[in-house]
Design a protein around this ligand. Structure first.
Ligand code: VGL
Ligand code: ZN
Length: 197
């Protein structure tokens, strides 16, 4: 069994004071830092949007942040502008230890959002992470980071569907919790065979 730690979106905009702040988002940083030495391989994702990204409410006439719109690939929450490429908000939390083998950026195509580290929100366009992990002989993943009910959950479910053995270390995650999204994400992860620890 070769295992890796997959650190999801621990970026300034998801921490208190950020554009899409997750309550207590920064509290995962010391917990993740303490876990890192236990893993031979550490991978990170970075939400990385162009300023005109179609997932931003500001780029839709009269749309409120946190409303839902219909995209060609299905329903999409319209978010406050966040994690714009090259900005402070898109940078990793300054205290996060970056010892990584790989940083995978996602959400950089104007027309499509990407919550999952594996597939964009059409559930079809691959990021290449599956191939990377298989090539490295990695079979087992532990996921941590932000936010539990969006990027962590989507990544965990896709990883399980791709045949990886997946654990989410919930002490090292925090949630947005939009309209019951956390309870739904927990149920969906369990149904997909993800271990919640
Ligand atoms: C995320 C909403 C929009 C996340 C990213 O990292 O969970 N959520 N973009
Ligand atoms: Zn985003």
């Amino acid at each position: 069994m070769t295992s890796a730690l997959l650190v999801i979106d621990v970026q300034n905009d998801f921490c208190p004071g950020g554009a899409l702040a997750v309550a207590e988002g920064d509290q995962v940083v010391p917990i993740i830092n303490a876990m890192i030495p236990d893993f031979e391989t550490v991978l990170y994702t970075q939400d990385w949007h162009p300023a005109d990204h179609s997932s931003f409410a500001a780029n839709h006439a009269e749309a409120e942040p946190f409303s839902v719109t219909q995209m060609p690939y299905g329903p999409q929450v319209l978010w406050p502008t966040h994690c714009v490429q090259g900005t402070h908000g898109a940078a990793f939390h300054p205290d996060l230890i970056l010892v990584g083998d790989l940083i995978i950026r996602k959400g950089f195509r104007w027309a499509i959002d990407s919550y999952s580290a594996f597939f964009e929100n059409d559930h079809k366009t691959p990021t290449g992470l599956t191939g990377y992990l298989r090539d490295r002989g990695i079979t087992t993943l532990t996921l941590v980071g932000l936010a539990t009910d969006f990027c962590v959950a989507y990544s965990a479910i896709d990883a399980a569907k791709q045949g990886f053995t997946v654990t989410v270390a919930t002490k090292a995650t925090r949630a947005i919790d939009l309209d019951g999204s956390l309870a739904k994400a927990m149920a969906d992860m369990r149904a997909a065979g993800v271990t919640l620890k």
